[in-house]
Design a protein around this ligand. Sequence first.
Ligand code: NDP
Length: 518
Amino acid sequence: MADDAERRKVAARRGGRPTRGEGSASAARPERRPGTALTLERGWEYAPAPESREIVSIAPEYGLFVGGEFTPAESGKTFATVNPASEETLSQVALAGSKDVDRAVGAARQAYEQTWGRMPGAERAKYLYRIARILQERSREFAVLESIDNGKPIKETRDVDIPLAAAHFFYYAGWADKLEYAGFGPDPRPIGVAGQVIPWNFPLLMAAWKLAPALAAGNTCVLKPAETTPLSALLLAEVCQQAELPPGVVNVLTGAGETGAALVAHPGVGKVAFTGSTEVGIAIAQAIAGTGKKLTLELGGKAANVVFDDAPVDQAIEGIVNGIFFNQGHVCCAGSRLLVQESVADHVVERLRHRLTTLRLGDPLDKNTDIGAINSRQQLDKITELSAAGEAEGAHRWSPPCELPKKGYWFAPTVFTCVSQSHRIAREEIFGPVLSVLTFRTPDEAVTKANNTPYGLSAGVWTEKGSRILWMAQKLRAGVVWANTYNRFDPASPFGGYRESGFGREGGRHGLAAYLDV
Ligand code: NDP
């Protein structure tokens, strides 16, 4: 009651209306504008805080980056890249075909044989440091561009994607002249030309994960960014020019799935690195089987985030939110299955729902935004379809009150309770802001349910007992297990999965192995 009185006073001081807990069921809720907040429990609104779009200039057309220069595709074909928050066409981008792949692999091979492969590691390191520093210098430009092309909130691109991308170049620059101490023998050799295919969920960061270790190890690269998010890879190509990286060391081919398929199949490619769906990963593995090409696959996931009854609830709620709603849930290691101990399940779900009412969905360029746009119409359809399947199969669906912007691709944060393990939403990767909540009674049951998936990329454990964390980490069949935190990344830490989540590791010393002939 005292709280209610205080709430009324605060609301009066701010000129707002008292809202929840005001003691009157008829009191009106404040009006919600699309693109601002999901709900305004506290009776006041954030003022818009948009980042300026002016800092980045997007050209009407982009060519392919081959041999250090931007050139049109051999066929002259282009495709549009759109802003998923507004559906506005941002630019026309060259569509690379097999002749362009040939040209890019040829340029990479030449650069490997004539300059990069022969260059002492200490010299290669200087270029990587230079790229890292330029990324830092131009970080605001990259952050805005990534938000516009991908739909993710500026606070994530600004605080996560871009700093981590720079950190990967810094980290691997440090390895370039120390490869003989990396534990792969006295004289580890590069492989040659790496063909790298990346997805749309972390466009610049995935490019950095692929390029930095490959270049540090002495390989040259042909990178194929995702069709829906080519712009930051093209800006990175400009950074390579700015850093005076020798022509052909990094090549960027924009295009569709066929471009990626032609790249990985090209006989001049010695190493293939892919991040994306399990389906395409399997197709790539089949396509290059028997060719002797080295392969790493970082594929999908359906991670369990396990909350025990002794977990610090406040931190766990933040971890759950970060685990599934970070980057609109477009995260391969997202904690998309929440496993909560039955004795605290109601309490945790109630607290979680309350927390979700404070998330702000809308303009990705607004610095207050927590949840941005879904990356594409196709992905929105997939999330919508799987969520409908969850309801049809009997799970209980809940989203905070939320009016979505009229234009663009949007999906409200969604929580499913009463989920059983056989439901599609508990088995399939949704790759969107959708959480499935399941319960367990004993630690053994938690482990059994967590491991009941064909994937094996990541998991989270929330408990105050160190011994339980270690026990769980041993039992969980996942490449990465976070304890009392979630979605933490560091360039020094290896990342990767097994089973249908792929194989090989990216990051850390382990990440070098994929690019060395060991
Ligand atoms: P894909 O796996 O199709 O795309 C990833 C990358 O591979 C893109 O650059 C894509 O090009 C390219 N590609 C597509 N087909 C081939 C091929 N046959 N050979 C070589 N490269 C190819 O993911 P989608 O974007 O289609 O997303 C589909 C689903 O995959 C999502 O709903 C999500 O569940 C999952 N996914 C998982 C990711 C993860 O990190 N685990 C990342 C992205 C998606 P293009 O963009 O032109 O199609």
